[in-house]
Design a binder for this molecule. Sequence first.
Ligand SMILES: Nc1nc2c(ncn2[C@@H]2O[C@H](COP(=O)(O)OP(=O)(O)OP(=O)(O)O)[C@@H](O)[C@H]2O)c(=O)[nH]1
Ligand SMILES: [Mg+2]
Length: 255
Amino acid sequence: MSVPSGLVSIIIPTLNEQAGIERTIMSIPQSAIKETTGSDVEIVVVDGRSTDLTREIATRLGANVILEEQKGYGRACKAGFVAAKGDILVTIDADNTYPTECIPDYVQQLQRGGLDFITVNRFPLMERGAMSLTRRVGNKILTSVLRLLYSVNIQDSQSGMWIMKREFVSKIRLFSDDMSMSEEIKIVAFKFFKSKEINGRYSARHGSAKLKVFEDGFKNLKYLIDYRKKLGYSLIESSTDAEENRIKLKSLESP
Ligand SMILES: Nc1nc2c(ncn2[C@@H]2O[C@H](COP(=O)(O)OP(=O)(O)OP(=O)(O)O)[C@@H](O)[C@H]2O)c(=O)[nH]1
Ligand SMILES: [Mg+2]
């Protein structure tokens, strides 16, 4: 057993997830994470004005519950990145769909592989009935467009389980506040950082879906097309910033 030295933050965006939040939090193997990775664990729930008991349940279970009043999954994740204190960040949904039991292994893979970002591919180990045919087809279309437009080799563009170094998150600029943030973060990670996609179980959801299949599907497709103009601004220390700096310095030099 190693001595805890770091902190792993588990970030959970929630919107009316009283049916799944307790199972989700209870399934996080906190002592196994500590034993295998040497890190303590904090749970950060980012709630978007739930009208059910989500916040109360999460608070009772010891999570740090913060409120992000502005709508959107992407917005909630970004608020979680800011609130989380860990040097490693993990995102999961509050519906008990992702393989939390694998967090110790995934964090170790990140650390040992010197990786910045891991995303979980849900397709090979998906439980029966966890995703409708329409959603699977929609995901395949979005993933193919992403691969084609950005030359990024991933199989699941919409997965919401990521394991990341804090440093990675600090270096990137994410523009989307919606579900499309999920594809955006993967594009940036795979284009500019050391990233990997690994296969992980995906189970049927507890509680009602917040994803609106057609509305979000089309929005995500449009985002993929439009995002090409923003990609150049996705790094905080991007060439644009560097260029601006160069211009400023040059103006100082001039007589
Ligand atoms: N804070 C906040 N959380 C949100 C918002 N929209 C969705 N979420 C949460 O983000 C997570 C992802 O949303 P889901 O509805 O599970 O989307 P999905 O995983 O693509 O779809 P399912 O497979 O049906 O679960 C869930 O935990 C939601 O409760 C929002 O506007 N604000
Ligand atoms: Mg979900």
